[in-house]
Design a protein around this ligand. Structure first.
Ligand SMILES: [Zn+2]
Length: 342
């Protein structure tokens, strides 16, 4: 299909999707290129954030890939993951690739690695690494906190599993066992997925969950994140919250132990200089690091004040992310994307 015809046909839904993505793309909800959103359009295509883009990059015209969602969902619904063994990730990636569509006149983009989970859920899906959900999801006793904070609200909780195909299988299992909870899914050491028949419905569920957890943790308002540029390839931290707290946090908590995958993806292999707030890189990458550092320190500070202990990802989980080709792709696109920013 021609790109302009497609954009005209789906103008309203794509505008809702872009608006939802920008609203979900605030730094307390996603850091750097993390998180992803999608919409299922009449006719069978799903628009989903493309790898390497930020949520606030999405417009009705750019920042997303297109795929046929029904065959992707069918793969997760009809396949026994145990039968795939070590091939699960490769097979899931293959299915996503096989059903990705590039319109005439559009640049080919890769769908978010979490496309499988989106295909299984309602029309509008918001997946974030919001600090409010992660206060509970990274806690030592996540289920106890969620039970108390979200009393009366149906939700699913998915224990930690590697992102990608294995996570999509785990989400399929969770929503099959607990269909009422399918609209609000908490992912241990990872984040939150909210969905709905409309964009406002998905956003409202996300907001309700965040508000309940913010209240349970008596969490302070999220700090304003800012950077100061000194030329194109040198940026300085300008977030007062980081200035006030960074001296209590060193390499061990920020770069070696990881609360959730993005922390590892963005911070683990950086020079220690970034912990002092000096970023020798372009704005997109520097901003991702400033957002990550703010989120991680906010999590530790807020949980600590409430007497909740946070636990980091296991070595096996970190090893998977470190060797995951898709994440390397995401980072490389995030770096390229800054070149064509207006
Ligand atoms: Zn995620």
């Amino acid at each position: 299909m021609d790109r302009e015809v497609f954009l005209g046909t789906h103008r309203r839904a794509l505008a809702e999707f872009a608006d939802m993505s920008v609203r979900a793309g605030r730094p307390e909800h996603v850091q750097g290129g993390g998180g992803n959103t999608s919409v299922k359009l009449p006719g069978g295509l799903m628009a989903i954030k493309a790898s390497g883009f930020r949520l606030d990059d999405i417009t009705p015209r750019r920042g997303y890939a297109l795929m046929h969602h029904a065959p992707v969902a069918a793969f997760y619904e009809e396949t026994d993951p145990a039968a795939l063994g070590d091939d699960a990730e490769a097979r899931g990636a293959g299915v996503a690739k096989a059903h990705t569509v590039t319109l005439e006149g559009a640049e080919p983009l890769r769908p978010s690695v979490e496309a499988g989970a989106h295909a299984l859920l309602d029309a509008y899906v918001v997946h974030t690494h919001t600090v409010y959900a992660n206060l509970a999801c990274c806690a030592q006793q996540p289920e106890e906190i969620l039970r108390e904070a979200l009393a009366g609200v149906p939700y699913c909780f998915v224990p930690y599993v590697d992102p990608g195909a294995r996570l999509s299988f785990a989400i399929h299992r969770a929503i099959t066992q607990n269909p009422e909870g399918r609209f609000l899914i908490f992912l241990q050491n990872h984040g939150l997925i909210a969905s709905g028949a409309t964009a406002p419905e998905a956003l409202q569920r996300h907001k309700t969950a965040c508000a309940a957890l913010k209240e349970w943790f008596r969490a302070p308002d999220y700090p304003v994140v800012s950077l100061r540029a000194e030329g194109e390839a040198l940026h300085h931290s300008a977030t007062p919250f980081l200035a006030a707290h960074r001296e209590n946090y060193g390499r061990a908590r920020l770069m070696e132990s990881c609360l959730y995958p993005d922390q590892l993806v963005y911070l683990a292999h950086q020079s220690e200089e970034v912990l002092t707030g000096v970023y020798r890189m372009g704005r997109t990458e520097a901003l991702a690091l400033e957002e990550l550092l703010t989120a991680v320190i906010y999590l530790y500070e807020t949980a600590g004040a409430r007497g909740v202990r946070l636990v980091s990802m296991s070595d096996a989980a970190k090893h998977f992310i470190d060797n995951w080709e898709s994440e390397a792709y995401r980072k490389s696109v995030a770096r390229e994307a800054r070149e064509d920013r207006p």
